[in-house]
Design a protein around this ligand. Structure first.
Ligand code: AMP
Ligand code: ZN
Ligand code: ZN
Length: 411
């Protein structure tokens, strides 16, 4: 038995050496944590002792620049693939695929689990193709067998699954014996984003959510310490986008400019993704382009170059985005908000990634990272290269630059 184990280790070492990679046995586990909607400046809004301790022990960026559109699914998938949404194809939270006529909505489990939606190669697939084990405690894309590969361990998304139990599940995965233990674990929390939408970024409720989530980081840290592995784990804590305050005084009512019968509205507020009905495209585009000084309207080919949002066939023929703090709503929704039968949002995101309010955060600590270091803001397409390098695996082709992540690492 012991001899067999030794033979297995020798074979694994030889396989890694042949590929010029570090053998898994030497590797520190990597935990990638997303705190949805954590704006870059939120650590100053409420006491965050656990996040601050990570910053002190590790490296932080001034902020993390999201990709367009600054929404949850596009950006979570950019972080794990290194591809802009305009390249990986998850071009909004709600997407129409013109080739099949199908529509992706995050609440439709059949669509969420269909790999056809998920372009590029997420890091858990890269990891497992190279013999590493991956686990996902929720992450957009982690429920679909992309390239035929699912994370070895994953959970069906459940917004009500208690965050403390998510942390405990991560710790249980780390308790598995060496040959079954994941080298990469993704972990996701939605508290801060939800509070931001419901109450606005400057609310007491967001402060409470910030403190709650910092408590989850504390729980994870204590669990790692109890296992004696705290110093050996590489932790990255980041967010997908920030949050801007919105109110009912700044609303562009879509029906005032476009007849509902003339378009399919696939994506809405504060972005717009429209497919005009047959023969209506030019008129709808012209009408919307002149509609409102706070609404910018584009063809895919005329979107700002910095967005890299021109190429994918799923980018709608008419793309729009409101200015910071403005909303785009149908008349019916606006009427219900004004009548008090629907609670309007107090915060939103999706705006131009150049805006400071849309910037997220990036903090990393562990044996691989520099200590007590702050680096300049960088785009979230660069994170995938960093993940691949921490795992010692060859990255798939992507839009990132490996030099950005190298700046964060110890020599
Ligand atoms: P957004 O509309 O961009 O603010 O999306 C945030 C919401 O996405 C959160 O409140 C979550 O409930 C939801 N969400 C996050 N991750 C997943 C997932 N893996 N599957 C389904 N829904 C998710
Ligand atoms: Zn989000
Ligand atoms: Zn959100």
């Amino acid at each position: 038995m012991r001899r067999l184990a030794l033979v297995c280790i020798a074979v694994a070492l030889a396989a890694c050496a042949a590929r010029g990679l570090n053998p898994p046995a030497e590797q520190s586990p990597l935990i990638l944590i997303s705190i949805d909607g954590w704006r870059w400046d939120y650590d100053g809004k409420a006491p965050t002792p656990h996040l601050r301790a990570l910053m002190k022990r590790g490296v932080r960026a001034d902020n993390l620049i999201p990709s367009f559109p600054t929404k949850t699914f596009p950006n979570h998938y950019t972080i794990v693939t290194g591809l802009y949404p305009g390249h990986h194809g998850m071009v909004a939270n709600t997407v129409r695929d013109p080739a099949t006529g199908r529509t992706f909505i995050r609440t439709n489990v059949a669509e969420v689990r269909d790999p056809m939606w998920w372009g590029g190669e997420p890091i858990w697939v890269t990891a497992q193709r190279n013999g590493r084990i991956a686990a996902a405690m929720f992450w957009p894309g982690s429920e679909a067998p992309i390239g035929g590969i699912l994370p070895r361990y994953w959970k069906p998304y459940d917004d009500t699954f208690p965050p403390e139990q998510r942390v405990d599940q991560v710790l249980q995965w780390l308790d598995l014996p060496a040959g079954e233990r994941p080298a990469l674990i993704n972990l996701y929390f939605s508290d801060v984003d939800s509070a931001g939408h419901d109450y606005g970024p400057d609310s007491r409720e967001v402060q409470d959510a910030i403190q709650r989530v910092d408590g989850y980081l504390g729980r994870l840290g204590r669990g790692l310490e109890q296992r004696g592995i705290a110093a050996n784990v590489n932790l990255i804590v980041l967010s997908d986008h920030g949050m801007a305050a919105v109110d009912t005084g700044r609303v562009i009512v879509l029906d005032d400019y476009v007849a509902a019968a003339d378009v399919d509205v696939v994506d809405l507020n504060p972005t717009l993704g429209l497919f005009a009905k047959s023969g209506k495209d030019a008129a709808v585009y012209a009408s919307l382009s002149a509609a409102h000084p706070r609404l910018r309207v584009f063809r895919p080919q005329t979107t700002p170059a910095a967005w890299h949002f021109r190429d994918h066939p799923r980018i709608p023929p008419i793309v729009g985005v409101a200015d910071e703090g403005w909303q785009v709503l149908p008349r019916a929704t606006m009427n219900r908000i004004l009548a008090g039968t629907l609670a309007g949002e107090r915060g939103n995101h999706g705006y131009d990634p150049a805006l400071m309010s849309m910037r997220g955060m990036f903090v990393a600590a562990g044996p691989a990272f520099k200590a007590a270091t702050t680096v300049a803001a960088f785009e979230n397409v660069h994170v995938y290269h960093l993940l691949a390098s921490l795992l010692g695996v060859e990255p798939a082709p992507n839009d990132g630059d490996p030099a950005v992540g190298r700046e964060l690492l110890r020599d």
